[in-house]
Design a protein around this ligand. Sequence first.
Ligand code: SF4
Ligand code: SF4
Length: 333
Amino acid sequence: MEKRFISQPSLVRWLDKLNSEGKHLYAPVKKGSERVDFGRISSADQISFDHVQTTQSAKSVAFPRTEVLFSYQKEKGKVQLDNFDPEKMLSTVVFGLHPCDAAAFNPLTAIFSWDSRDELYDARLERTFIVTLSCTKADESCFCTSVNGGPGNTAGSDIQLTPVKEGFLVEILTEKGMTLVKAGEDCFEADRGDVKEDYLAKLPLKFDVKAVQERLNTAFDSPIWKKQSQRCLGCGACAFVCPTCACFDIQEDAHGSKGKRLRCWDSCGFALFTLHTSGHNPREVQAQRWRQRLLHKFSYMPERLSVRGCTGCGRCSRACPVDMNISEHLSSI
Ligand code: SF4
Ligand code: SF4
């Protein structure tokens, strides 16, 4: 790992240089007076630096909300298939995501390579460069330190920047990160010896994750699921904002002799998610769906994939219309 320093004006110059060299820049931008979300930018001046968290995570760079798996055309008894072409995928720099979002690519990758590798996901991630911004502030929904993360955690980052006096401390963490630095070498200065920890947000532990996991392993029949889920609407907002949720549905968009097969985000919180064509639903009530959400993230994934399905970003608690708070629920477990 190498360290450097970059000033704010040089950072803008570096990102604009990457943009002019054909990299697709994706960063947090203000949308209206309250919302900050990831979007494509044409200049680094558009980036928001003073928010706590974006509404959506950055997962859509590798797992878009809707994507075409293939398209087809039937003609004279034959079918012509058009598969995705990785060469047409854009080389993307995701800038300004926080450590909890970068760390989320680990569980996502574990899911998309569980029984077979997902070529689309792999191809997108391979073309993605992750430049994180460590956290100098947090809010009451954040709990990364309770799930083995932290405001300066570097897991999943190619480069991490920490805001320090007059600029940013730069940690170059991977070969991919170094290629980005080399593309604008003159923008960077030698490390000034800034102590990263002096600038990071302080986040006390909210629960003991090992104890939670042990409880969950024997909690399948607990009455707590009914109690906790009573106000859950099954709206799926928690899954759609989550950086690690990977449920999807396959849809057919067919018109006459041609069509597309699409992969679209889905949620285990939806009643339709497990509904069989027979009418039987193995998860009939919201309590079973809420149990699935927590057990999947904190028990099944650690057991089967050796990785937790939550990085403590707090988005599900911020987005929930009825104030279901995941860290409070985990603490009560
Ligand atoms: S479950 Fe909630 S807190 Fe955990 S990663 Fe997903 S959105 Fe963030
Ligand atoms: S966002 Fe809240 S109400 Fe909607 S499904 Fe999730 S927990 Fe339930």
